[in-house]
Design a protein around this ligand. Structure first.
Ligand SMILES: Cc1cc2nc3c(=O)[nH]c(=O)nc-3n(C[C@H](O)[C@H](O)[C@H](O)COP(=O)(O)OP(=O)(O)OC[C@H]3O[C@@H](n4cnc5c(N)ncnc54)[C@H](O)[C@@H]3O)c2cc1C
Length: 455
């Protein structure tokens, strides 16, 4: 759509058009494979800026994208208005509420929330990466490092401030039908300007990484698989298998090697944690063993996600079970000999993840026992990457019950509506599409895992 945009929205924050100084910096995010290139960017300072930007876009019939950090960029905007929330960094902890709470602005990252909560001996239900945006994470469900103990982070949201396509700023609580629909649908129903979230009285975690060299990758996967069968809900863990990049920032013993890393986070007493982890230590010699009692502030080391922006594509599968048939078939496809390097991993689900919270968030496939994740570099040229992901999906299909939209990364048909549908049951998708038709009939909020308004 061509639009002269001679009238600009009346906002307090900066506004950028293509070619303006600051435009490129403002649209750039964590995902570097592709970027939003809208006709206008509004660098919102507060909720009223967001409201004014949405009202402006609606008046001109312009689609709206939202970006906090760019970790979860799915469909990049080539037109319309991008609302950039990175300046909205307000955080207010209420340690005295019956359940301690934190109010966060739309631009807050997990590390800011963790630090603010830690001042009061509290912790949020954050995910593995400290630089992910708190709002985007919750809008996708929020699978945290303590997920099996406390469930999805979205099940612990207390209030949402949302600007809808009609330009209204609404304060939502769990009694509102829209409240649950917003949680799990990644920005389809409007722009969240703030959320109020539970905090938990946690100051330490028994956790860290156990890393095994090439010859122990298969035994480690098999031992972890069997071990997850009867660990308590207080234990959340994952395993990742990958060939480490052969670059100087990687420590010498790991550089260029095909390894397996088990990630541990246990919320019970240390002595129980040690007893529980002992069989994993028994797998054999570890290249690294960082599992210990650590302060909550240090828990970003449990996954050590890359902190620097880069290009990635990824698919995933929510699995009903993890049998040795699955792991064996999978290693044949994604192991060290794969023609396309794949970072392959499983997160152990179950526990509290099975139990929906009072808000009835739009999170399906709760019966899944494991989440399988596959990360690659994006396609460059041919179709080898896509073919590999297709082969992975085919291999896992007998055990696959859906996929997680928060762990799906890629442009084009990797982000089309059919992919969104797989994130939900048919019934949930139908219900959400009806709500979308009522609240955003023109589909202004379409640069996301889009739910099409039902006709
Ligand atoms: C390294 C890494 C580690 C991760 N670890 C985890 C994890 O452990 N658990 C987990 O569940 N997820 C995890 N994720 C996924 C992450 O939660 C999603 O990608 C999430 O969408 C990122 O939100 P963001 O705001 O940082 O990114 P953005 O790209 O800025 O936002 C992603 C999308 O969320 C929507 N959105 C963001 N803010 C708003 C808003 N204020 N209002 C309306 N819509 C909005 C938009 O549709 C936007 O396109 C991880 C991702 C990466 C890259």
């Amino acid at each position: 759509m061509t639009h002269s945009l001679t009238e600009l929205p009346a906002v307090a924050g900066p506004v950028f058009r293509p070619g303006d100084a600051g435009y490129d910096e403002e649209v750039t995010g964590f995902q570097t494979a592709y970027t939003h290139r809208p006709a206008l960017v509004v660098g919102a300072l507060h909720a009223e800026d967001v409201r004014a930007a949405v009202e402006y876009a609606a008046r001109h019939g312009l689609p709206i994208a939202v970006q906090a950090t760019g970790h979860g960029l799915s469909v990049a905007a080539a037109e319309g208005v991008l609302i950039s929330t990175r300046r909205m960094r307000d955080i207010a902890v209420d340690p005295l509420a019956r359940t301690a709470r934190v109010g966060v602005g739309a631009g807050v990252q997990a590390q800011g929330q963790i630090a603010a909560a830690a001042e009061y001996g509290l912790a949020p239900l954050n995910g593995s990466s400290p630089t992910v945006g708190v709002i985007g994470y919750h809008l996708g469900g929020g699978l945290g490092i303590l997920a099996r103990t406390f469930g999805y982070a979205a099940d612990h949201v207390r209030a949402i401030d949302l600007v809808t396509a009609d330009g209204r700023l609404r304060h939502l609580t769990p009694d509102d039908e829209l409240f649950g629909a917003v949680l799990g649908t990644g920005g389809n129903f409007g722009v969240v300007t703030a959320m109020e979230l539970d905090l938990l009285p946690i100051t330490t975690v028994y956790g860290g990484q156990l890393t095994f060299d090439t010859r122990l990758v298969e035994p480690a996967l098999e031992a972890w698989r069997l071990w997850t069968r009867d660990v308590p809900e207080e234990m959340t863990s994952a395993i990742t298998m990958m060939t480490m990049p052969d670059i100087p920032v990687i420590p010498e013993p790991l550089r260029g090697r095909y390894i397996a890393t088990i990630n541990i986070a246990y919320t019970g007493p240390e002595r129980d944690g040690e007893r529980l982890v002992a069989p994993l230590r028994g797998i054999g010699e570890r290249l690294a063993d960082t599992v210990r009692t650590m302060s909550y502030r240090e828990t970003d080391t449990i996954y050590s996600d890359p902190p620097f922006p880069h290009a990635y594509s990824a698919t995933n599968a929510l699995l009903s079970d993890l049998t040795s048939d699955v792991t064996q078939a999978l290693l044949d496809v994604v192991g060290a000999d794969s023609p396309v390097p794949v970072v392959a991993g499983f997160r152990h689900l179950g526990g509290a993840l099975r139990r929906p919270g009072p808000a009835d968030a739009a999170i399906d496939h709760r019966a899944a026992e494991y989440l399988a994740r596959f990360i690659t570099a994006p396609e460059s040229g041919g179709t080898a990457v896509r073919d590999r992901h297709d082969l992975i999906a085919e291999t896992l299909s007998p055990w696959t019950i859906g996929h997680s939209l928060n762990f799906l990364y890629g442009a084009g048909d990797w982000a089309d509506e059919s992919q969104t549908r797989i994130g939900y049951t048919q019934q949930t998708y139908g219900h959400l599409a009806t709500m979308k038709a009522n609240l955003d009939p023109a589909n202004l909020f379409r640069y996301n895992r889009n739910i099409r308004p039902s006709s």
